[in-house]
Design a protein around this ligand. Structure first.
Ligand SMILES: Nc1nc2c(ncn2[C@@H]2O[C@H](COP(=O)(O)OP(=O)(O)OP(=O)(O)O)[C@@H](O)[C@H]2O)c(=O)[nH]1
Ligand SMILES: [Mg+2]
Length: 248
């Protein structure tokens, strides 16, 4: 999947996704309307979005509430930037040229604050960056592992992989953890603006091939750029679909 279009096309809606199972603000105006996930996703991310919590240990996690999606990946891969692009906010999540900017699990509420949120977005610390002390790396790794393994509202992890390089050993480590923990995840390639158009399809194909035998992997890869906005609408649509499937 590389384009922005086509997310709304598809079979007739499943009867359990009737208008009354959709969040009110996202429901299509006509009940017989085919679900247009691109449009639902656009509306979902155009709504309220605000910072809720930042935690440095799993003992401080907020109580379970709305479904959560987490953005994981190597340090500097573009997690915080993609979160800002999804929500069309310039500085909701802090970004930096220096790896290790995000040092806690940072929760954002979408669609309302606190218990009124439709969805929570979780920005995770990056793994594997060389400049931090061993002690810091160990504490972030423990935080991420405990969160990914044991968080009940966690609906899916979006594992960001640098689209310029494809999967590297550090990436496959996190995929292994998610497969072992049976946590549903989808790979999202980043920095598409820096990859030649001619190479993009091949990069997606090689990642898809590597995911084939992975039990918890969602079998589609989205290629995004926080800088150009390519693929961001497609990711919003995928998240909207996930949310609606979970609610039905
Ligand atoms: N060209 C390009 N650069 C990007 C893109 N997304 C992020 N970057 C750059 O990559 C660097 C890291 O971005 P962040 O969003 O802070 O990355 P992160 O994964 O949150 O990093 P940590 O919090 O350190 O783990 C910054 O210099 C961004 O400007 C993109 O789509 N295209
Ligand atoms: Mg970050």
């Amino acid at each position: 999947m590389t384009g922005e279009s086509g997310c709304g096309a598809g079979p007739a809606p499943d009867p359990c996704w009737s208008a009354n199972t959709l969040p009110l603000e996202l429901a299509p105006t006509e009940p017989s309307h085919e679900l247009d996930y691109a449009e639902i996703g656009r509306k979902l991310f155009a709504g309220h979005c605000g910072f809720e919590w930042a935690v440095a240990s799993t003992a401080q996690l907020p109580p379970a509430g709305a479904p959560e999606i987490a953005f994981a990946g190597r340090s500097n891969v573009g997690k915080s930037s993609l979160l800002n692009a999804l929500t069309a906010r310039k500085a909701l999540a802090r970004t930096s040229h220096t790896p290790g900017r995000t040092q806690q699990l940072v929760f954002f509420g979408l669609g309302g604050s606190g218990s009124a949120a439709t969805l929570r977005l979780v920005d995770m610390p990056g793994y594997g960056h060389a400049a931090a002390s061993k002690q810091m790396i160990a504490s972030w790794t423990r935080l991420c592992r405990e969160f990914l393994r044991g968080r009940a509202p966690l609906a899916r992890v979006y594992v960001l992989v640098d689209g310029r390089h494809g999967l590297k050993p550090l990436d496959t480590e996190i995929l292994d953890l998610l497969d072992q923990s049976a946590v549903s995840y989808q790979v999202v390639l980043t920095k598409r603006d820096e990859v030649k158009a001619a190479d993009q399809a091949q990069r997606i194909e090689s990642v898809m091939a590597a995911l084939e035998r992975r039990s918890a992997a969602f079998p589609e890869v989205i290629f995004t750029s926080a800088r150009s906005g390519e693929g961001v609408g497609e990711l919003r649509a995928a998240i909207a679909k996930l949310l609606l499937e979970r609610r039905s």
